[in-house]
Design a protein around this ligand. Structure first.
Ligand code: PMV
Length: 358
């Protein structure tokens, strides 16, 4: 083994031990011995309006700052899980069998190993995203949240949504926000064991709000969020300003939500995304997720605003952008972005009615 491989293996063992300790505290002491044959769950994708970027603990996925998101209604991940007698975990993503040496399979299998009640249990996981994977939206967030929900039903753990949020967070940080619909805040917490670090639903409703998904590139991103965050925290001088900026942005966002002030909501979300990408770009070597088409689309947003259409963008760890506007302006925005897919965040996947977190 090379030194790097030894270090990676050491980190992995450490992660298993610390994460296992937390999981043992969350899962029921006496497990139901005969789990159900199978279970299904849905979790919505979520888009952060105030982003999470940077971990205070790599192993437990504890963030440096809190963050605030909105879930995407009926857009997300459906997962079926059943016990497998194959002596290994097996998985399908959008109807394709996942290869055991693929990165997605390995992340999934490691997570299942952490959560399974004993080492003799294996699962078959069938997971489907109803949002284009290329949009960078069918991310790990809805996937890990749906997986935790399905496991909770399969093993009849009867965990609260908060406990499931803590478990989902260990799969992928932003997954802890995908347990709920509507606006959700992830509290960064202070404790070393992360027991105060979970997401919570916010009661604000905003049924006229819409998201527009603008795909400018279908290429798989070069740098994943985990590596991108670590690189930014380690090398970007601007990162020092990030926690203060987020604190202020959260205050502004709550004000916007309380007063249903769309301009404040849009400006706050867009500035947060711009600040995030400037902070990334200040890393050495620079971390740049935007491509030329991203900049062109952002400029189109500025031009639309100049022409009197209130529309704002946000951008995650990829080149594609997501537009924020109100339903009254949908046709004007759609004319400028004919390829845009519109999402109504307050549609409930179960019955098509407006969903909330009250
Ligand atoms: O949860 P991760 O590791 O996929 O990171 C998510 C990072 C961002 O999407 C850029 C921001 C966020 O808060 O979702």
């Amino acid at each position: 083994m090379t030194r790097l491989q030894c270090h990676t293996h050491y980190l992995f063992c450490l992660k298993i031990m610390r994460a296992r300790d937390i999981i043992d505290r969350l899962l029921p002491k006496k497990q139901v011995l005969s789990p159900r044959q199978s279970a299904s769950a849905f979790a919505p994708s979520n888009i952060a309006l105030i982003k999470y970027w940077g971990k205070r603990d790599q192993v437990l996925n504890l963030p440096v700052t809190s963050s605030l998101s909105i879930s995407l209604g009926d857009k997300g991940t459906y997962t079926d899980i059943s016990l497998s007698d194959k002596g290994t975990h097996t998985a399908c993503l959008n109807g394709q069998v996942l290869q055991r040496d693929g990165i997605f399979y390995r992340r999934l299998a490691q997570f299942l190993d952490l959560l399974r009640p004993d080492d003799t249990i294996y699962y078959h996981v069938d997971t489907r995203n109803n949002i284009p994977t290329a949009a960078g939206l069918a991310s790990s967030a809805s996937g890990f949240a749906a997986l935790v929900k399905a496991l909770n039903t399969l093993h009849q753990w009867q965990l609260s949504a908060t406990q499931q949020s803590i478990l989902a967070r260990m799969g992928s940080g932003s997954a802890c926000r995908s347990l709920w619909h509507g606006f959700v805040q992830w509290q960064c917490g202070e404790r070393g064991d992360g027991m105060d670090c979970y997401a919570q639903p916010l009661t604000y409703q905003w049924s006229s709000l819409r998201f527009g998904l603008v795909v400018v590139s279908e290429q798989v991103k070069q740098v994943g969020s985990r590596d991108g965050m670590n690189h930014t925290v380690a090398t970007s001088r601007l990162y020092q300003k990030w926690p203060y900026h987020v604190q202020q942005a959260l205050l502004m966002m709550h004000k916007a939500l309380n007063n249903k002030d769309f301009t404040l909501l849009g400006e706050t979300a867009e500035r947060n995304a711009v600040m995030l990408h400037q902070t990334m770009q200040d890393s050495r070597p620079p971390l740049v997720y935007s491509i030329a088409a991203t900049v062109v689309s952002q400029d189109q947003v500025y031009q639309l605003r100049k022409a009197g259409v209130p529309v704002y963008f946000t951008q995650d760890a990829g080149p594609n952008i997501k537009l924020l506007f109100e339903v009254k302006d949908q046709s004007a925005v759609q004319r400028a972005f004919p390829q845009m897919q519109v999402v109504d965040p307050f549609v409930d996947p179960m019955d098509g009615k407006v969903a909330g977190n009250s």
